[in-house]
Design a protein around this ligand. Structure first.
Ligand code: HGY
Ligand code: MN
Ligand code: MN
Length: 412
């Protein structure tokens, strides 16, 4: 099915419309997994799926699927095009939503063009990709791929003390399908790069061949609350100061490493959190990533050693809880090559690259050949309301998804 193209206005219009759903009173876009605003986004997507004449299916962890299974394809493993529509706090409109809405757009374009696939095509929106409210991230696709027990996932308690299963029930997205009910023939995820590489090199497309390892930990440091004015420095058991030393340790080590290792302390809570009280407790998160599993393990070990030394030097106690741990993933070479071929056929420059961010594709790669397509992020910015990708790049990426999808659904 050559020289077919997606409906630009429909895709761009839906992307912008979904980006208006879940705005808080201060204008920030926040659709945390299984929240009321997540429900609003899900309801809109469900309506688009049904308006497109697809079968809407929802599994027990709330993963949503739009299934197009024309006559003669029943029983064959589907091609799955997916991503997520949950967001971080104060998010942009493209992260995740672009891949889901492009998957739907590809199906509608093929359907309306009278294309006859040899297998079903499914668009998927996975629950809780961001992991902000419930850890780990990519939870819905991890459960779907059999990497996390469904009941354990539903019992996960969120940062607000809510069990995920109760919240999915409450918003009406605790579905009846067993996770994994469809094993894809192949999975492709179209996503914004969320980094600076494509824009810096002036290249509109990335054929993503691998994705780096992720280590999430929660660290709790306990010292003693005491008076900020009367307590001599050498008599303090200052949990806040100890936490600050961890942040500095991680940054200095990553900077000095001249490897792709990255480290981030994204959440920090002091107790009692009062201006004139030495913090008795510091609770914070550590996000460590590296494309190389051995190096990632070395970074985790180096942090563990530093925490031991720190506890002794600062006379504090330190407890660590693992929140997520995913090894680096290599995507399917054949699909990566299909993406490059499709880009060449449209005379669009394309380069192979590694994903710095986690994605549902890394989980579905456990059960099906998977790969990703990236488009540039302006300024490399993401997880930020200034996240932006030019319309031309949005359309180009979706057309490559269309081309690869129509190719992969014609093979026996
Ligand atoms: O954490 C990540 O990389 C993704 O945005 N969930
Ligand atoms: Mn994403
Ligand atoms: Mn994200």
């Amino acid at each position: 099915m050559n020289n077919l193209s997606i409906n630009n206005a429909r895709l761009l219009g839906r992307l912008r419309e979904l980006g208006t759903i879940g705005r808080h009173a201060d204008g920030r876009l926040i659709r945390l997994a299984a929240s009321d605003t997540d429900k609003e986004g899900r309801d809109r997507l469900a309506a688009w799926i049904e308006d497109a004449g697809l079968e809407l299916a929802i599994d027990r962890i709330g993963n949503m699927f739009g299934i197009w299974a024309p006559d003669g394809t029943a029983g064959r493993a589907p091609l799955m095009l997916g991503s997520h529509i949950d967001t971080v706090i104060d998010a942009g409109i493209y992260d995740g939503c672009y891949g889901v809405l492009s998957g739907l757009e590809v199906i509608e374009t093929l359907k309306q063009a009278g294309f006859v696939p040899a297998r079903p095509i499914v668009v998927a929106a996975f629950t809780n990709e961001e992991g902000v409210r419930y850890a780990p991230d990519m939870m819905g696709s991890l459960v779907y791929a059999g990497g996390l027990d469904i009941d354990a996932a539903l019992a996960t308690v969120g940062t607000d003390g809510s069990p995920l299963g109760d919240e999915l029930d409450r918003i009406g997205y605790a579905g009846d399908k067993e996770p994994g009910f469809l094993t894809p023939h192949a999975y492709i995820e179209l996503h914004i790069e969320q980094g600076p590489v494509l824009e810096r090199e002036g290249i509109p497309l990335g054929a993503v061949e691998n994705l780096q390892g992720i280590s999430w930990q929660k660290v709790t440091i306990e010292g003693d609350a005491n008076h900020a004015g009367t307590t001599p420095i050498f008599m303090r058991r200052d949990a806040g100061h100890a936490a600050a030393r961890v942040i500095t340790f991680l940054r200095e080590r990553a900077k000095a490493s001249n490897t792709p290792t990255v480290a981030t302390v994204g959440c920090m809570e002091f107790q009692p959190n009062a201006i004139n009280v030495i913090p008795s407790k510091a609770i914070f998160t550590v996000d460590l990533r590296d494309p190389d599993e051995i190096r990632l393990k070395q970074e985790e070990a180096a942090l563990a050693r530093f925490l031991e030394t720190l506890a002794a030097e600062e006379d504090v106690t330190i407890a660590v809880e693992r929140l997520a741990r995913f090894e680096p993933v290599t995507f399917d070479e054949r699909i990566v090559a299909e993406i490059e071929t499709a880009a060449k056929a449209r005379a669009l420059p394309c380069r192979r690259m590694t994903s710095g961010a986690g994605h549902d594709a890394q989980m579905i790669a456990r059960i099906a050949p998977s790969a990703m397509i990236f488009v540039p992020s302006q300024g490399g910015i993401s997880h930020n309301p200034r996240e932006f990708t030019a319309d031309d790049d949005i359309v180009a990426g979706a057309n490559i998804l269309l081309d690869v999808a129509s190719r992969l659904t014609q093979e026996e």
